[in-house]
Write a protein that binds this ligand. Structure first.
Ligand code: EPU
Length: 433
């Protein structure tokens, strides 16, 4: 499937955010912790959610989706070995905790997902092992067991990994005793997962300095939970508005989740207005854009999933911008694609930030130097991963001529009906087989 884009149109109008991909998929897995039905509202219509539905069904969940409400019910675990399940995203490893809690054993495949670095799961494995799980790592799968049940433990994460924090939370809520997660990730999607678990009967406290305290309970019950809006979609629409010189009202965008991004956008020369139901993004009088230095980080820092759409804006800024990617080792492959369109982006192994990061001295191309402004021209591109696909899309919408983006299934994994929504705001975009 491909998108054919005729660049040069201003995007104007309103768009409503879908529920967050990176919460919806985890919440489906969390629902497996109870034998009661769970209702997830504001559920997004995206590929990753469908992949996760297949995973949950293979475990024994009955799933019924009507519009954006998903009902998921796992009265019993019919299958705790999901190893044959294809490696299409990074969710299966999170099923280890709920499966160990309910049946004391689990098998999940090694993970897929975006190709943006080696993406090991050593921190997940160490945390579950500290809680009493025995985990065997085979070339194609992880085989886990906890015959006497999981036990609370004091766990200090080497890095505040989003997935490892979620995995530990999901394992700890039904474990015996108290678990402390130090150096935990605190992304808004994790807080929303905590809210869902708390409604299900869990006892979870947030402490200072990235600490999370969980008191294991015997049983969790069903829940109705409305998933938080997708802040990554919000950032993508904000960059689309500013890049095309348009104005987009992003309904449900929440200032709380976007504080660092909003500051960066204003420094670049984009503007926004926070209103009751969302945020309006625009470029004042198609004014000049300014170069900036950005360093990606865990929340509340500038998120790694925001650098790709922002990089396209920086190709239009007057001067040299730097992006120092400190979360993933290899997330700038898309710079080649933008360069093909006329951008000037140099990718380096040297840290571009004020201080060296954990990738310093290693051979990772994790810094980008972007010189602008450069006029972009159309090209034929293939989506490499979800967020860089968004960079392709924004670049195509401001480039001269007809851009073709192939491999759109990858974009559909995380953006709900993106072409239809952009078309409503004036984009010339057609989906073709
Ligand atoms: N890491 C380890 N060992 C581990 C786990 C992580 O070394 O056991 C490293 C990773 O290799 C990476 C860093 O820690 O360098 C961060 O990884 P993290 O575990 O925080 O990320 P994740 O849970 O795999 C989620 C999102 C990503 C998002 C990151 C960071 C999901 C499904 N994915 O990934 O989203 O970029 O957190 O916020 O929630 C996307 O939506 O396009 C996407 C890639």
């Amino acid at each position: 499937m491909k998108l054919v884009i005729e660049g040069g149109e201003k995007l104007e109008g309103a768009v409503t955010l879908a529920g967050a991909k990176n919460a919806a998929t985890k919440m489906m897995v969390a629902s497996i912790l109870t034998g009661d039905p769970c209702i997830l509202e504001n559920f997004p219509d995206i590929g990753d959610a469908k992949i996760t539905q297949e995973l949950c069904r293979s475990i024994g969940s009955d799933i019924d989706q009507r519009g954006n409400v998903l009902r998921i019910h796992t009265p019993e675990i019919k299958n705790s070995k999901v190893a044959s399940f294809s490696r299409r995203n990074r969710i299966p490893i999170l099923a280890l905790g709920p499966l160990l809690a309910r049946v004391g054993e689990a098998e999940v495949p090694v993970l897929g997902g975006d190709k943006i670095g080696p993406r090991p799961v050593d921190i997940h494995v160490d945390a579950l092992t500290a809680m009493g799980a025995k985990i065997e790592i085979l070339p194609d799968r992880y085989v886990a067991s906890a015959k006497g049940g999981l036990k609370g433990a004091k766990i200090k994460l080497r890095y505040p990994s989003v997935g490892a924090t979620e995995n530990t939370l999901l394992a700890a809520v039904l474990a015996k005793g108290r678990t402390v997660i130090e150096n935990a990730a605190t992304e808004p999607e994790i807080i929303d997962l905590i809210k869902m678990l708390q409604k299900m009967g869990a006892i979870i406290e947030l402490g200072a300095d990235r600490a999370i305290y969980i008191e294991g309970v015997k049983k969790l019950h069903g829940v109705t939970h409305s998933i938080l809006p997708d802040r990554n979609e919000a950032v993508s629409f904000a960059c689309l508005a500013v890049a095309t010189g348009g104005r987009i009202f992003v309904r449900d965008a929440r200032q709380d989740d976007l504080i660092t991004f909003l500051n960066t956008l204003r420094r670049i020369g984009g503007e926004y207005e926070v209103v009751r139901e969302g945020i309006v993004f625009y470029r004042p009088d198609k004014g000049a854009l300014n170069p900036v230095d950005i360093e990606t980080d865990t929340h509340p820092g500038f998120m790694t999933d925001w650098q790709q759409p922002t990089a396209v804006l920086l190709t239009q800024a007057n001067g040299l911008s730097r992006i120092h990617e400190t979360v993933y080792e290899d997330r700038f492959a898309y710079a080649q694609d933008l360069n093909l369109m006329g951008a000037d982006i140099k990718v380096e192994t040297k840290c571009a930030g004020s201080a060296p990061c954990r990738f310093s001295g290693k051979d990772f191309h994790h810094s980008a130097l972007i010189t602008g402004p450069k006029r972009l021209r159309a090209a034929t591109l293939t989506v490499r991963d979800l967020r860089s696909g968004m960079a392709h899309l924004i670049a195509g919408l401001i480039a001269e001529g007809k851009t073709v983006i192939e491999g759109v299934e990858e974009l559909d994994r995380g953006y709900e009906k993106i072409d239809e929504r952009l078309k409503k705001m004036g984009a010339k975009i057609v989906r073709k087989k």
